[in-house]
Ligand binder design. Structure first.
Ligand code: GLC
Length: 725
């Protein structure tokens, strides 16, 4: 963390601590405000007055609550009453890397910097709630929104989500963790009923939300569009009333996803506090002043007036909303915020370079000498296509966005850079595909020609933010790269084998061309500093240290969700059944011995690391103990670099089905060339418990366990036996 940022952080935490009301004081103030409100005013606070705001109480000077997307930066201002952009000229912002990139850093400290920076920008844009982060688990590579989330492992997502939330909330802006829960596909997202075992629910799909609430202390949470147990997640008795608000003690506000509410009585009684985005006349177009027809508007008021719903129901909602306000727009000491600062741009770039994953690097193709005078053909639409627009609600109006082509030109000043688009995907359009009007054949031929005339090729391809790619509102239709990229890579390799592939994407893809390219970088959606970050890594200014937050299967059917046929994904338009249970991602590949293309936790470096002297502090542990795994990491190469030590735990002969091993600890360590660093990874014995469905609680099984220590889920340096007594 740079010094300036640290000082700002320290000051803001200090002022925050100095003036934060104690809970008791806050509760007292909440009661006193509540006693002044009329029933009409209470009801009004529980639903939208515009696309992204709820009313305050004018006569009491209680402010409106303003919300904005999204997880990767503050979205441009939207019209009062429709989805159009308001066309402001003061709402451009820093676009941060997508959360898959943040997860790939395996660096919780960077997550704190990320949250703090995006929170400052939300504060400056006068937003009280930032609608992010999203932490839905990566179950299938087809999910259009995987790029917005933190991968397939609940422990990684649980660890990375907490500092982000704490960072955002330091600016007096509420983080709104989403989409709770089981929103793991976009197909039929508005109504699909997810059938999943309670064990998988608690062990795989809830942990990141639980960490967000119980450790991150999120002030808001967004219900998901889909159903669980036949009830919409935005008003769900089990997920909201029981698990979230009772078991986890959530004291914040449950916000619906936009038009995620479907019923007055359920919204009133099953945990919804703020209804947003509902269309009104039968869920189609919104009428003018439609907000009175919201489920938690006039119909709710009527039921309260008739005594059919007790006033305590609306009081609980209003108390939560007032608590949100006292933490945000009624907190007189919250910092001022700022945006488009160098600190934010540096943070965006650091997260980007720390998250890029080097997947393949034969003949030391990367790094490329920045002083090279070679001719480099930069081929592919993603060399120039903006990746901050599109993708759905997380799209941004960045103040600037350095394209990969621009970043490469900036850094390789002595090289001759030639660019050919190679393929065209068509314009970004929400909810529909608009084919490109460009002549695909001439693009193809020009790219092959450019490749033939160059010393080396940088193919900048992947997916993009168009519909049916990495985009909200639809899932992907195929697992491979689209728009003719696969053939183009093949043809280019025939005229020039010196190809490095840079994948701009947020999802796994098929790689039939893998043995035709010398190197592959997974370079995510990196935001404003994309081109600079990519150039820093391919020039060797920065040694890549990212690790995959999700598995790349060789073929789609190797993925657990696609092993069981249609009902398992995408379902039958009524239900979707998570047949694989807890065996999601690498848990499936390890246990079923299906070799992945690239494994969870995998990522290469320009240097080499040796893990030595791996040991645990004891042989036998009991509940509430910490397991201390130590090891020495030696950087055996000539470049400084970073390695992620990963600790997985398995239980042979368990009384229940278990994955072969599960991530229960990790630590990123930066090691100078030729030096060694001691690493300590601490695990909680209680994290080894499994969710016991018959007891409806967690059970810690006694007996022997195996501790797997390595730098990837498929690259374990040592296994150690321990015992839980
Ligand atoms: C969208 C998304 C949600 C977003 C909200 C407001 O449909 O599901 O993530 O925050 O509506 O745009």
């Amino acid at each position: 963390m740079n010094r300036t940022l640290f000082l700002i952080l320290a000051v803001s935490v200090f002022t925050g601590v100095m003036h934060a009301q104690s809970n008791a004081e806050m509760d007292k103030e909440i009661e006193s405000i509540l006693s002044k409100l009329t029933l009409k005013e209470k009801v009004a606070m529980c639903h939208a007055q515009s696309k992204f705001s709820t009313p305050g109480v004018e006569r009491l000077g209680i402010p409106e609550v303003w919300m904005s997307d999204g997880p990767h930066g503050v979205r441009a201002e939207i019209n009062w009453d429709d989805w159009g952009y308001a066309g402001w000229t003061n709402d451009s912002i820093t676009a941060f890397p997508a959360l898959t990139c943040l997860a790939a850093t395996f660096n919780p400290e960077l997550s704190g910097e990320y949250g703090f920076a995006v929170g400052e920008e939300a504060r400056y844009r006068k937003k009280d709630v930032l609608l992010g982060p999203g932490v839905n688990i990566y179950r299938t590579p087809m999910n259009g929104r995987n790029f917005e989330y933190m991968g397939e492992d609940p422990f990684l997502a649980s660890t990375m989500v907490v500092p982000y939330i704490q960072g955002v909330q330091k600016s007096g802006v509420a983080a709104c963790v989403k989409h709770y829960a089981l929103n793991n596909q976009e197909e039929w997202r508005g109504h699909i009923n997810v059938k999943v075992s309670e064990r998988a629910l608690h062990e795989i799909y809830l942990p990141a939300f639980k960490a967000a609430v119980t450790k991150g202390r999120a002030w808001a949470l967004m219900g998901a569009y889909n159903k669980y147990n036949e009830q919409h997640c935005c008003h769900n008795e089990i997920l909201l009333n029981k698990i979230l608000k009772t078991d986890w003690g959530f004291d914040g506000v449950v916000v619906s996803d936009w038009s995620g509410a479907h019923n007055t009585m359920e919204s009133a009684l099953y945990g919804l506090d703020m209804e947003m985005g509902t269309m009104t006349n039968g869920m189609t177009d919104s009428e003018e002043y439609a907000y009175n027809h919201y489920y938690l508007a006039s119909p709710f008021y009527a039921l309260l007036k008739e005594g059919k719903i007790d006033e305590s129901v609306v009081d609980d909602k209003v108390k939560r909303i007032l608590r949100l306000m006292l933490r945000t727009n009624m907190n007189p000491t919250r910092p001022a915020g700022n945006k488009n600062t160098k600190a934010h741009q540096d943070a965006a770039r650091k997260i980007a370079t720390d998250g890029i994953v080097l997947l393949k690097n034969t003949d030391s193709f990367f790094p490329i000498d920045p002083k090279t005078t070679m001719t480099i053909a930069v081929i592919g639409e993603n060399a120039t296509k903006s990746i901050t627009i599109g993708g759905g609600s997380s799209e941004l109006k960045a103040q600037y966005e350095i394209s990969p082509l621009q970043g490469i030109k900036n850094r390789f000043k002595n090289a001759t850079i030639i660019h050919a688009m190679g393929y065209a995907s068509g314009p970004s359009a929400y909810g529909r595909v608009i084919p490109s009007k460009l002549d695909a054949d001439s693009l193809f031929k020009a790219a092959v020609k450019a490749a033939a005339s160059a010393d080396m090729v940088l193919f900048i391809g992947g997916l993009n933010k168009n519909h049916h790619q990495d985009c909200e509102g639809g899932d992907r239709l195929t697992f491979g790269l689209q728009f003719g990229q696969e053939d183009l890579i093949t043809e280019i390799s025939k005229v020039n084998p010196n190809i490095g592939l840079v994948l701009v994407s947020g999802n796994a893809v098929a790689m039939p061309w893998l043995n035709k390219v010398k190197a592959v970088l997974q370079s995510w959606y990196l935001g404003s500093e994309a081109g600079n970050a990519i150039a820093e890594v391919i020039s060797g200014d920065v040694n890549p240290s990212g690790k995959l937050p999700f598995t790349f299967p060789v073929k789609l059917v190797d993925n657990a969700a696609h092993h069981f046929g249609k009902l398992s994904y995408p379902g039958n338009n009524i239900d979707v059944v998570y047949e694989e249970g807890i065996l999601v991602g690498y848990r499936w590949h390890d246990t079923k011995k299906i070799k992945p293309q690239f494994a969870f936790g995998y990522g290469l470096s320009y240097t080499g690391f040796d893990l030595n002297n791996i040991k645990t502090d004891k042989k036998t542990y009991s509940a509430d103990d910490k397991i201390r795994v130590s090891c020495e990491v030696k950087n055996s190469g000539s470049r400084d670099g970073a390695e992620v030590i990963q600790v997985y735990i398995g239980k042979p002969g368990s009384e229940v089905t278990r994955a072969l091993k599960e991530l229960k600890g990790f630590k990123k360590v930066y090691v100078k060339a030729g030096k060694s660093e001691q690493v300590l990874v601490e695990l909680n014995v209680n994290d080894l418990a499994y969710y016991n469905e018959s007891a409806a609680d967690w059970s810690l099984e006694k007996g022997n366990y195996i501790v797997y220590v390595g730098n990837a889920s498929d690259n374990i340096a040592q296994k150690l036996k321990i015992k839980i007594d």
